[in-house]
Design a protein around this ligand. Structure first.
Ligand code: SF4
Ligand code: SF4
Length: 450
């Protein structure tokens, strides 16, 4: 066990609503009669209580983008717990977004900001697309997992007593629990917890709640965890059990927990998606003892068939200049628009637009007479009037314009040169940052000018 102050990440659980009910989910999604949605005041209090925490504060679900106030929360945490260097939002078209995000996490979060700043944990689905701009603006670190992959989840609703584990055997196992030692403490609507799974158990089984969410709660030492450690008695994370594919959406539970789920009225149990832990689920080793205990590679976190982040629609609108914005938008549909005066522009991205991930918060001009944009861009909110294309594209701030006229896709992260220049010009080019840039370049078989 370790103090939350030693952790790399402390989470704030804003909801346990989710689009999945994965096997052995750490938040037990699918087992609640009704999901919770954290109140705005509670969220702000949780962020404020973590003032001084030197690493990542995560926004976590369930699926956090299902929270109706997700955007408000994202903006608040970005303002209150900003990264040391303001990271750039994803700007250029990319075919492999998860690979881009891997590099971005590594450069901005691990190297430049040394892990300080907001983090996002979510599924990369429809709602992620809806909030794409906000998420890129607010979160330098993102751990996306659409759970349509081969992720293995260890049984969690397991009592060590059901498995015949004695007190003597138990305490060293518990204290070495991989979740508490590798992952996070959390704040839920019911208080602050030394461990994220303890917080989720308290929610599922209507427990007494956590510590008051007040400044410094996260500085408690293990000797002060007290009554909260009782939740470990109902948790299998520290035990030697085998994982199950998350996509099977079946929970493996021991008899005591089965009964508790029955009493709690678990919908998942009623649906026949809770299995009693059989001998086939016991193991000589723990899941974390295996090298690839969870998922083989970060790159698998968004599966190839997941098209949620790609454009849905492209409307092409020819217009005269200047044009009335309201008039243009009236025929624009609900997603991407290519507006142009004169000749329709040609580009590799436009030819194959449904296979690129583009940031809906960015405008992509083509010379001075055309622009590709998304009707949901924050730059357009509350704007009206008459524009030529030069004036129109200036509605977006500098970091959210990406000229596509001469853009040619290369098999290299499109931000790499920009990151290198930024590190150099801002005086942040430490050996660690230089090594990170070289590492990213070498992953593409390239070098970068630094
Ligand atoms: S995606 Fe799966 S593992 Fe993640 S919160 Fe939802 S149900 Fe749980
Ligand atoms: S055993 Fe469960 S509740 Fe206890 S620290 Fe580990 S994950 Fe948390």
């Amino acid at each position: 066990m370790r103090s939350p102050k030693e952790m790399r990440i402390i989470q704030i659980d804003i909801t346990n609503a989710c689009i999945h009910a994965c096997s052995n989910c750490t938040r037990f999604c699918g087992n609640h009669k009704k999901p919770f949605f954290m109140e705005e005041d509670a969220f702000k209090k949780a962020v404020d209580s973590l003032e001084g925490f030197p690493r990542t504060i995560g926004v976590m679900g369930g699926e956090p983008t299902l929270h109706p106030k997700f955007e408000v929360f994202a903006r608040y945490i970005a303002e209150k717990h900003p990264p040391t260097y303001k990271h750039n939002p994803a700007r250029w078209p990319v075919r492999n977004f998860i690979r881009y995000m891997w590099d971005k996490n590594y450069f901005w979060h691990e190297s430049m900001n040394t892990r300080h700043g907001p983090g996002f944990w979510g599924g990369g689905g429809q709602k992620y697309y809806e909030y794409f701009e906000t998420i890129q603006d607010a979160f330098p670190y993102q751990l996306i997992n659409d759970h349509k992959n081969n992720a293995m989840h260890q049984p969690l609703l397991v009592s060590r007593k059901d498995l015949g584990i004695t007190d003597e055997e138990w305490l060293p196992l518990r204290d070495a629990c991989w979740i508490q030692n590798m992952w996070s403490a959390t704040a839920t609507p019911k208080g602050a917890f030394f461990c994220e799974v303890a917080g989720a158990l308290d929610m599922l089984f209507d427990g007494p709640g956590g510590w008051p969410v007040e400044p410094g709660w996260w500085k408690r030492e293990p000797e002060e965890f007290g009554e909260q450690l009782k939740w470990c008695e109902l948790c299998g994370a520290a035990l030697r059990t085998k994982g199950r594919l998350s996509s099977e959406e079946i929970d493996d539970v021991s008899p005591t927990l089965y009964e508790m789920l029955e009493k709690a009225g678990s919908p998942k149990l009623r649906q026949g998606r809770v299995a009693l832990l059989g001998d086939d689920k016991l193991s000589e080793t723990n899941l974390q003892d295996k090298k690839n205990w969870y998922i083989d590679s970060y790159m698998e976190r968004i599966s190839a068939e997941n098209k949620s982040l790609f454009p849905r629609e492209l409307k092409k609108l020819q217009t005269a200049e200047p044009f009335d914005l309201a008039g243009l938008l009236a025929g624009a549909g609900s997603d991407w628009v290519l507006a142009y005066a004169g000749e329709e522009p040609r580009s590799a991205v436009l030819e194959d637009i449904y296979n690129y991930v583009l940031n809906p918060g960015v405008v992509y001009p083509f010379g001075g007479r055309a622009a590709l944009f998304n009707v949901r861009a924050s730059a357009l909110r509350g704007v009206s009037g008459s524009f030529d294309f030069a004036g129109f594209t200036r509605l977006w701030p500098d970091g959210k314009r990406a000229e596509l006229t001469n853009w040619a896709e290369e098999d290299v992260n499109p931000d790499l040169e920009y990151w290198a220049a930024f590190a150099k010009e801002s005086g942040a080019l430490t050996e660690q940052v230089r090594a990170a840039l070289n590492k990213i370049a070498s992953d593409y078989g390239r070098t970068v000018e630094i």
